[in-house]
Ligand binder design. Structure first.
Ligand SMILES: Cc1cc2nc3c(=O)[nH]c(=O)nc-3n(C[C@H](O)[C@H](O)[C@H](O)COP(=O)(O)O)c2cc1C
Length: 335
């Protein structure tokens, strides 16, 4: 059995759901947790927006519930240490969020709107600023007893990846006082194109050794074999799974034995299972927001559940015209 310590938090067999904007809602996170995900960061939330507009404006993204998702983790992005200081303090003082366990800093987002502000993966180009953000965030996290982690990439571009700069960045992060480092095996320039570079993740895992914190590998883990391959080639302490979990929370159960080289859980997921899971996620989502909004917001997720199923193309069109949960049920079970 593998075990990692994120500061004072102990985790066995660390399979972590990757933060994904538009996907990793509280409802989806809780379902993935039920199938074996160790913890699930929220999608990225702007630290500055918390400073300027308060918690309520971002609450739908920040919402956590330890009863259904276990260990809770909020991911923040930004480029000003003061914004992080304020945002983490505000989260820890808020009645609804103060039980959060982990604050994760996004240092990997490649979206131009984010990079333009100096946040996300742009921080890889400015290690001094990244260091100041960590220092300011650590100060508040320690005050409130929260753990601080970072998610990043293997570089901003190929120059970083191959010429030692990203490796230095990883070394700096690993000994900065954060409690876990997750690395996605693509550069920011690549966005989500090409294959995750497992060799570079392996090299960076060694660079991170001096920090003695858990190192989590991420990128293109889609089944038991790719998970095993990532562990074998990188020596990572844990795995983070993103797109392969969309419409497929069962993946966490399928990967359960991967740390002990056990047999893969080959239980098949039927079309009926998928339809039932859509309704479960919808009903959970509708607990937190208006039913019509829940149905509309869950459209991409519903598409992911039915991808590859018989009649998926026409089903997609009909699901998109449903406005209530009972209409979705009608569409799903009339096929
Ligand atoms: C739709 C989408 C949204 C994402 N949003 C975030 C985010 O909010 N924060 C973050 O750190 N990474 C985000 N990512 C990156 C993923 O966490 C992950 O690093 C990436 O998808 C690679 O892992 P995978 O190959 O398992 O999908 C997002 C990825 C996708 C596809």
């Amino acid at each position: 059995m593998a075990q990692i310590d994120i500061g004072k938090i102990k985790i066995k067999d660390p399979l972590i759901l990757a933060p994904m904007a538009g996907t990793t809602t509280l409802a989806f996170r809780s379902i993935c947790h039920e199938f074996g995900s160790s913890y699930q960061p929220t999608e990225l939330v702007s630290a500055r927006s918390i400073l300027y507009s308060g918690i309520d404006k971002s609450l739908c993204y920040l919402m956590i519930d330890k009863k259904i998702e276990g260990i809770s983790c909020i991911q923040l992005f930004g480029s000003d240490p003061k914004d992080f200081e304020f945002a983490i303090g505000a989260i820890c003082e808020d009645e609804r969020l103060k039980d959060v366990d982990i604050i994760d800093i996004n240092m990997g987002c490649p979206v131009p709107k984010v990079i333009k502000t100096g946040a996300g993966s742009a921080l890889m180009k400015d290690p001094e600023l990244a260091k100041s953000i960590i220092k300011a965030s650590l100060h508040v996290c320690e005050q409130y007893g929260k753990e601080l982690t970072v998610k990043t990439r293997i570089g901003f571009d190929d120059d970083d990846r191959y010429n030692g700069k990203a490796e230095d960045f990883i070394r700096m992060l690993s000994s900065s006082g954060i409690k876990l480092l997750a690395v996605h095996g693509r550069t920011a320039k690549q966005m989500y194109h090409g294959q995750a570079d497992i060799e570079t993740i392996a090299r960076f895992r060694i660079a991170a050794e001096e920090g003695r914190i858990p190192f989590i590998a991420n990128g293109d883990i889609k089944d038991f074999q790719s998970a095993r391959n990532m562990l074998d080639k990188t020596g990572a302490d844990g795995l983070m799974i993103g797109r392969a979990a969309q419409g497929n929370p069962w993946i966490f159960k399928q990967l359960q034995g991967v740390f002990e080289n056990k047999e893969e859980d080959k239980e098949t997921v039927s079309f009926e299972d998928r339809k039932n899971m859509i309704i479960r996620e919808l009903e959970l989502t509708a607990k937190y927001k208006d039913e019509n909004i829940a149905v509309r917001e869950m459209r991409p997720s519903m598409m992911a559940y039915i991808k590859g199923c018989p009649g998926a193309a026409s089903l997609k069109v009909r699901i998109c015209s449903a406005l209530t949960i009972s209409e979705v049920k009608e569409v799903l079970w009339e096929t």
